[in-house]
Write a protein that binds this ligand. Structure first.
Ligand SMILES: Nc1nc2c(c(=O)[nH]1)N[C@H]1C(S)=C(S)[C@@H](COP(=O)(O)O)O[C@H]1N2
Ligand SMILES: [Mo]
Length: 166
């Protein structure tokens, strides 16, 4: 059978794909098994994670608007606090770097206080690189008014690929 033959089975499958519009196109552009994130910390070897591996960790969800979207969206990912705790990484700041060479320090005190996530899904879908993915730091902006300042918007790092605990 060629990939495009119209069998009785493929018709409903195609219909299902088209009827959901482009919503799932994002998921098709994300390779869950490819290395997506490196975490470096003192006294440990750098660790590499794919989205599939991150998905096996406890999920934290934050529903919030961001500086990019005024309507709240549901962000799903791992608690950075829990992730670092699990890896036994200790330090006072976390340097978060992105594919586009943007990087910023996030205070561990803020990670403990606000429990931001490293999100791999928004509204149920993975994020391709072209949509600021595959990993984005998201704070619970709507829950804490204090977070709605430029200082914390700058820490909403998209296209995250390297975290260094220092
Ligand atoms: N990867 C990456 N994340 C980033 C940035 C960036 O240039 N690259 N800019 C930061 C800054 S300065 C702000 S204010 C917010 C929003 O930036 P944007 O409006 O350019 O998306 O994202 C932050 N996250
Ligand atoms: Mo900014």
């Amino acid at each position: 059978m060629t990939p495009f033959s119209f069998s009785p089975l493929s018709a409903p499958v195609l219909l299902a794909l088209f009827s959901t519009g482009c919503a799932y196109a994002a998921d098709l552009n994300v390779d869950l098994n490819k290395p997506a994130l490196v975490i470096s910390a003192k006294a440990t070897k750098p660790m590499t994670f794919s989205l599939q591996q991150l998905s096996t960790l406890p999920i934290r969800r934050i529903t919030t608007s961001t500086q990019w979207h005024h309507a709240p969206q549901q962000w799903e990912g791992v608690s950075i606090k829990a992730l670092l705790g699990k890896l036994g990484a200790t330090g006072t700041s976390v340097y978060v770097a992105a594919l586009n060479d943007y990087a910023i320090d996030i205070a561990v005190a803020d990670i403990i206080k606000y429990d931001p996530i490293l999100a791999y899904k928004v509204d149920g879908h993975y994020m391709p690189v072209r949509d600021k993915g595959p990993l984005v730091v998201i704070y619970p902006y709507d829950e804490y008014p204090a977070l709605n300042i430029q200082f914390y918007y700058n820490q909403a790092v998209w296209q995250v690929n390297h975290i260094t605990v220092r």
